[in-house]
Design a protein around this ligand. Sequence first.
Ligand code: G3I
Length: 329
Amino acid sequence: NIYNDDFKLGTALLVNEIYDPNGPDAQLIKKHFNSLTAGNELKWDATEPREGQFSFSRADQIVDFAMNNGIAFRGHTLIWHSQTPNWVFHDDKGNLVSKEVLFQRMKKHIEAEVGRYKGKVYAWDVVNEVIEPGDKQPGGLRNSPWYQIAGEEFIEKAFEYAHAADPDAKLFINDYNTDMPDKRQYLHDLIKRLKAKGVPIDGIGHQTHIGIMSPSAFQLDQMILAFTDLGIDQQITEMDMSIYTNDSEAFDTFPEDLQLRQAYRYKEIFDVFKKHKDQLSAVIFWGKDDLNTWLRTFPVKRNNWPLLFDERLQAKYAYWALVDPSKMP
Ligand code: G3I
């Protein structure tokens, strides 16, 4: 097994991977991971596509699979600018709704979703990617409809509603590129401000979608260190490692030298995670195998090999580097 006592070790999955709860995908998940995240099934467009019409059957299948197999479950995600239906922000004339209406909709949605899985979800990504993206110089919160309608208050309300619906779940703010100094500093100060106001925020989720060359293990070390003074929980929530350094590369096969580079890089990074086991409560991969990965469709359609198991569910060097380095060439 990849996991040990240091932190939970998880993967995201899509419901089709467990349609057969004893099929090869499900078996692999049960054998290697002790935390699961639904890749899409708990996002707003999946669970409340039209106002007041909730559809939880796909999410239920994943949560039930986790519970039936004694696997912890992590909820992703309540408030995001993406995969949120348009009706959430608009009235029937197509204008942005008032803050009051938005908060009512948020409250109903969060109560329904968090309430349904109360006691089954150990951590929720309450807000996802609320910082202005790094390529535009992070200078504040992302200019999403959430922000346009309610300013920073939408974050406070989201945490309050989630906490009321399940006081025992740990509540996270989740984002990517949290190793970038400007963005990391902004997030740090935001969390500090929210905590000072009494907002029930428990932790920061570092997505950690990284590349074959960067960020370095040292930069990831700095990323975790930057938040320790806040005394909050930290989790690696969506880890994977693209093998490319730019958007125009595309390989037919995975070159051996890159396979080894990827494996030793994973090892080096996990050594950093282990060093911080007192701050880090979970390390979650964004998928288990190189066939079921968003990186085969984003930023372009191409092969990619970012995870621990290959397209045929065989363990890669990346897996052995973490589990038993003596098996490495
Ligand atoms: O299920 C439909 C399928 O029926 C249809 O034929 C196909 C054609 O486009 O689309 C399928 O839905 C896709 C879905 O993934 C399932 O594969 C959506 O188009 C696609 O947009 C969706 O992408 C997801 C993406 O979030 C959306 O923004 C990825 O699976 C999911 O891995 C990704 O996850 C995000 C995290 O939530 C937040 N952090 C970044 C991470 C990676 O982008």
